[in-house]
Each structure stands twice: as C-alpha cells, then as structure tokens.
Design a protein around this ligand. Structure first.
Ligand SMILES: Nc1ncnc2c1ncn2[C@@H]1O[C@H](COP(=O)(O)OP(=O)(O)OP(=O)(O)O)[C@@H](O)[C@H]1O
Ligand SMILES: [Mg+2]
Length: 708
C-alpha cells in the first residue's frame, strides 16, 4: 500500500513538472532533484490525497489553510508549504543555473518561496472550477509568475477534455486583459497564459510591415516607405524597406531611435543596410545572430581579401588589403578588450598566407603571440613606423636607380601593422612629433609602393589617427573596422562614413548586468557576463555593416606558457616568417633590411620627409605634440588624379580620354602629355586609340567578382 502510494505520488509529482520544463532539464538538475524527489512527491501526494478524499475543496484547504493558522487544516497546510519551500530551497542552486537566457531571462521561476500571488491565483481559480462553473473540475498546476507582466500555468482535468472557450471567464475572473490557451500534450491538458497588462504589439504580433508603419509615420527620413517581402528568420523578422516613389532612403540611420520604434532597446538589436536609393534590408533580432562567436576560419587571402568574420546575414565579413592597382589600408578602432588585437592577428595570419611580409608594431608592448612568429619584424609602433617609412623611401626612389617606378614584380607586398597608435599620437607621448610627421606620408604615399597600412587605436577620431588626412586616407583608400568605442567617441566620429554607425552603443556584455551592479565592484563578477568582444562594424561597399570577428582558435592568454609555445609552433608551422620566401625576397630587394635594427632605433629626421610643395614639416624638438599639425599635404598631381580615375576603368576596354579628363579634372594638352609620359613609364596602358587603363600589376591577382 505504502509503495503504491509512493509510486502514485511520484507520478503525480512528475505531472506537476511542465513538459517544456522537463525537457530542458539537464541531467545535473535531475540528479540533484532525485535526492529531494521523495520529499516533494510526499508533499504532492498529500495534496492529491486531500484532493481525492475531500475533492477540490480539500486541495484548496491544504493550499490556503495556512491563511487560518490556528486551525488544524492551518497547521497541516503550513507543514505542506514548508515542505515545498524547503525542497525548493535545497534545489535553488541547480534551478538557478538553467534559467532561460536572453530577453525572457527576466522571467524568474518562483520556486524559492510560495508567492502570495500563487495563493490568490489558486483561490480565484476555485471560483471558476467549482461545480456549475465553466472550468468545473479543472486543476491549475505549475504556476509560473512574471511579476507585473503575466503568469503561466497548466490546466489539467480528470480525463475529460479541457473545456472550450475558457478565455472569457478566466479573463473576467482575474480582470486580465489577455488570456491565451494553447492545447497541451493530450485533450485533458492545456497551457494557459494570463497577461496582467495588455501586451504591446510585437513584431511577431503584427508583423514587421505593421511595425514599420509606425517608423514611417514618425521618422521623416522614412516617410511613405513600407516593408515588403517580409520573412521570419531564425533570428527574427527581416524585410525589404521600399522607399515611397521618387524618395531616397537614408544611408545613415539613428539605430537607437529606429530600434526603439521597432520594439527593441539597443541599436545592435536591429540591422539596417541600404542596398540602393530605393531599398534597404531591415532586420529585427529577437536572438542576435552574432551572439555566439564563430571559430576562426582557415586564414588566407583571395584576390587581396582577408576574411574577418561573419555578418548578420551569414555572409563572410572581409577587408581588402590589395587590389590590382595598389595596396589598401585599414583603420581599426575600439576600446581595450573590444577585439582589436585578435582581429589584427587574423589579418596578419591571412596576409602571411597570402604572401605578404608583415611588419608589426604594438605601442602597448605586449606584442602579439602571432606577430612574434609570423612577423618579419615586431616591436613597438614607433619602430615599425620607421622601418615602414624607410622601406617606402627605398621604393619611392626606385626610379632614380632603375629608370622606372617600383612595381609589385620588384618585391613582396608588405603589411605594416601599427597597434595602439593612440599611445603614440596623444599629446605629450614619446615620439609623438616624429609619428605625426611620418603618419600622413604612410597613409598617402604607400599604396603605389605595395605597402598596406593598418592602424589600430582606441578611437577613430582624427586626433588619435594623426589628423584628418591620415585618418581619411586610411578609410577611403581601404576601410575601417569599428569595435565598441567609448561613449565619449560618439561625437568625434566625424567622418561621414563613420557617422553611419554607432560603435559607442555596442554594450560591453550581451546581457547587461543589473543597473548599479557594475559600480559595486565587490559584487560585480565580469566572468558571469558574456562579452561582446569582436562585435563591430566593418565597411562593406563604403557603408559600415555589423559583423562579428572570428573568435580566436584558442585562448592563448589563459594557456600555460609551454602549452602556448607548443600550440603556436604547431598552428603556425609553415607560416613562420623566417622560413618564408617573401622575406628573403625583401632582403634581396632592399639591402638595408640587414640594418633594420638600426633603422628602427633611429629617429627619422623630419626635414628628410618628402614634401613636394617644398614645405618642411615643423621639427619635433621645438613644437609640442598638441600643436604639431600633420605634415602639410600636397594636392594630388595630374598623373595621380589620372591614375585614380583609371582605377574605375574597365581593365579590358579601358576608359575614354574624355571621361578621364572629366573625372580627373585634367584638361587638353596636360592630359595628352601626362598620358603619353605615363604610357611610356608603364604606369598606364593604351588599350585602343583614345582609351586607357591601368597595367595588370600581377598575373595571379584574381579579379574579385564581389558585387560590392
Ligand atoms: N571575435 C571574438 N570572439 C570572441 N571573443 C573575442 C573575439 N575577439 C576578442 N575576443 C576576446 O576578447 C579578448 C580581448 O580581445 P583583444 O585583445 O583583441 O582586445 P583589444 O581591443 O586588443 O584590447 P587591448 O586594448 O586590451 O589590447 C580576447 O582575449 C578574446 O578572448
Ligand atoms: Mg590589443
């Protein structure tokens, strides 16, 4: 009899666990529970016995008897609650662990103590479950509370089907505006949700198109636009924004404002990508597709492109380090810990695989484990800058020795990586005047010399990137990656391209710690929160688009030094600089490579800097870094403008002389003479009478078929 009772009670107990809940229980939780199983089963058994012997009133008495503590039922009821409470308390640790994550995590399973609300809910339920009432004999189990929002429960019957049309009476009994009942696992089982407040219309409730109506009504930039071709993706709704007739969609959006209009509270919860004047893709993320990091891809380059990570639409995020015409630069910005150095490691590794020679500098000192192996040179950024500058001077003066300009057939492509440049550019920094003198030269003159410049720092504003000319040349003749930046940066992202994104609004953690917790240092444990490191924007076709960089293959920092060495040796085998042919090629091309140590240690005399306008940059010894202007930059020459125009020319058909004249703003005889000289020098080729193009720089350059 006792065994039978225990078995029945256990089964009854299990019945109390919602099916969805049971499925999501990890084995650990089940194991932890088993110790207290009998306890809970016994308590539940008592409640069932009460229910069975005395009917619904018995069960209610057991649950609510505690309200009358001086009676016998009161004492039994109190003991019953105590047992429930004790078991829940014993299980609190395991129960806490698997609370659903994400936005719905605010939903707290009220297992730790019995909420007076539950008592009230049960009490009200008895009025509609009583004889002659619509829910006669229906039991309410597994009540879960979302205080101030809604509650959920399971409805079970004694075998009969759950009554139909219970929503209205339940709504009336609880005074709740919205009651939803969904079918359960069998006819006598249903899932109930009672909303205490009217639910705001979410994208799913009304559709993205419906939500967009509100946006179009209230944001002038989207007046008359609508969402078409809406689709539900695993991450949330996605659709095409279509501009009203003859209207143009904005390239820039205030992501925060737009996100709020779409029922989200962070700019990163949506993505907006304009495709052309009349259409854009809008995505609303219920689950962020970039939340879980992607493992690093096998590094390598295709046609000058290096893979960085993934965009929300699943496309690979990439940057171009060189194209047919020239090298391309990159600017990387982000606060400490936002993912800059991990990204630089990935780029450097891809570059080495792509046959480039890496020169690496990190002003913060702690040089990258990668760069130490694959970099042909690695030290601080000032030294790397000097070395890059000396190599550039060697290549720029090539015509004096060879009678023609340097070309990519004369030496390897080089990636000059300068990390933490803000430590070099900032006011009063050691070497700042020298760096301010060299940087504009690097950003403006190195592309034709096969040297790509990557500068990384805490911010993308001009004063941290050696002035507007330097910064803008990096972005416009290459691209930008913006990770989380400081809020103070929001107003100094003064480049039109950068203004389109708001890296300062990227939260530091995917789940924000409760307000105030971060200021209580003792209570705040950052390891409990998942960081957004690697989440940022990268320019794609000129506009910044959200992406997440590939996660590092292993966490080198947490490895034992010996394991780290072993891993690096294995992982980078074949990519070690000392064994690479292009490093030998560089040494042959540039005899001064032998003296690289000396060059890197010797300050550049700013008077030596090539300034074709004849002006000499101010010397560093007399001017403080604050007032050091970047070296005065000259206007591009006619030839440079022609070459720039030809970068857009069809490599086969070329560009007509009249078009070149219009684009390069070079007229008549000057154009004729310049073109003739350029053809002779091999910098431009005449493809047919009156039509010109840039020479193929290398046969193994794969024309990139990218649609951008
Ligand atoms: N794409 C990514 N996915 C997951 N984790 C990442 C990613 N990028 C970086 N991280 C994590 O963030 C940590 C900090 O990244 P990283 O060192 O690149 O930052 P940083 O911007 O260079 O910071 P600092 O200014 O301190 O040098 C890394 O140790 C790594 O664990
Ligand atoms: Mg770093």
């Amino acid at each position: 009899g006792a065994a039978g009772w225990a078995a029945a009670a256990t089964a009854a107990y299990l019945d109390r666990v919602p099916a969805a809940f049971r499925k999501s229980l990890p084995g650990r939780v089940l194991r932890a529970q088993s110790a207290h199983h009998l306890l809970l089963a016994a308590a539940t058994g008592v409640s069932l016995t009460a229910g069975a012997t005395q009917g619904l009133a018995g069960a209610d008495l057991l649950a609510l008897g505690v309200l009358d503590p001086l009676s016998l039922t009161g004492a039994v009821s109190a003991a019953w609650w105590a047992t429930q409470g004790y078991a829940a308390w014993r299980l609190r640790r395991v129960l806490k662990k698997w609370q659903p994550k994400g936005k719905t995590a605010v939903a707290k399973m009220k297992t730790e103590r019995v909420d007076p609300l539950i008592a009230a809910i049960l009490s009200t339920w008895s009025t509609i479950a009583a004889d002659g009432q619509p829910a006669i004999g229906h039991r309410l189990t597994s009540i879960q509370l979302w205080p101030g929002s809604h509650w959920e429960a399971e409805i079970t019957t004694d075998g009969r089907p759950v009554a139909e049309s219970l929503e209205r009476p339940i709504s009336a009994a609880y005074g709740a505006p919205v009651v939803t009942i969904r079918p359960g696992v069998h006819a006598g089982h249903a899932l109930l949700r009672v909303d205490l407040v009217a639910r705001p219309e979410g994208p799913s409730a009304q559709g993205l198109a419906g939500m967009w109506q509100r946006v179009a009504d209230s944001l002038p930039a989207f007046k008359g636009s609508r969402v078409v071709l809406e689709e539900q993706t695993p991450f949330g709704p996605e659709g095409i924004v279509e501009a009203a007739e003859s209207e143009v969609l904005p390239a820039e959006v205030d992501r925060e404002a737009l996100a709020r209009k779409l029922g989200k509270d962070a700019g990163t919860d949506i993505s907006y990508e304009r495709q052309n004047a009349g259409s854009a893709v809008i995505r609303v993320f219920d689950t962020h597709p970039l939340r879980s990091g992607q493992a690093a891809a096998d590094p390598g380059m295709i046609g000058g492109w290096a893979a960085l990570g993934i965009h929300p639409d699943g496309d690979e995020a990439r940057v171009q380090l060189w194209d047919k015409a020239s090298a391309r630069h990159l600017l990387v910005a982000g606060v400490s810990g936002s993912g800059k150095s991990v990204l630089l490691d990935a780029i450097m590794h891809a570059a080495v695989r792509g046959g480039m020679v890496v020169i690496h500098g990190d002003q913060k000192g702690g040089s990258s484990d990668y760069a130490g192996r694959i970099g042909a040179w690695t030290s601080d950024s000032m030294q790397a800058m000097r070395l890059g500058y000396a190599l550039a001077r060697h290549r720029a003066t090539w015509p004096e020795r060879h009678g023609r300009p340097w070309s990519v057939h004369d030496g390897p492509r080089v990636l000059l990586v300068l990390d933490e440049v803000n430590l070099l550019s900032s006011q009063g920094a050691n070497g700042a005047p020298e760096a301010w003198g060299i940087a504009p030269y690097l950003a403006t003159q190195l592309r034709a010399l096969g040297i790509s410049v990557v500068m990384a720092g805490q911010a993308a504003n001009a004063d941290e990137m050696f002035g507007t000319k330097t910064r803008d040349n990096l972005i416009l003749n290459g691209g930008a990656v913006l990770f989380r930046t400081s809020e103070l940066q929001a107003r100094v992202l003064d480049h039109p391209i950068l203004r389109e994104c708001r890296p300062s609004e990227i939260p530091q953690y995917w789940d924000a710690p409760p307000a105030g917790l971060r200021s209580q240092r003792a209570a705040f444990d950052p390891s409990k929160y998942e960081s957004t490191a690697g989440l940022g924007y990268v320019t794609r076709g000129g506009a910044p688009v959200l992406f997440r960089g590939y996660a590092p293959a292993v966490d080198l920092r947490s490895m034992h030094p010996e394991d780290r060495e072993r891993w690096l040796d294995g992982h980078l085998a074949g990519d070690i600089a000392a064994d690479r042919p292009e490093v030998q090629q560089l040494a042959q091309e540039w005899p001064d490579w032998e003296r690289r140590q000396h060059i890197a240690m010797t300050a550049v005399d700013l008077a030596d800097l090539d300034t074709p306008t004849g002006q000499t940059p101010t010397s560093g010894t007399t001017v403080s870094p604050v007032s050091v202007p970047p070296a005065p930059l000259r206007e591009p020459t006619a030839l440079e403008r022609i070459v720039a125009a030809l970068e857009d020319a069809d490599p086969v058909d070329g560009m007509h002389r009249d078009d070149i004249a219009a684009i390069a703003a070079v007229s008549g005889n000057t154009l004729k003479n310049e073109l003739a000289a350029a053809v002779k020098a091999g910098r431009v080729v005449r493809v047919s009478p009156g039509r010109y193009a840039l020479p193929e720089t290398s046969t193994d350059d794969i024309a990139d078929a990218d649609s951008e």
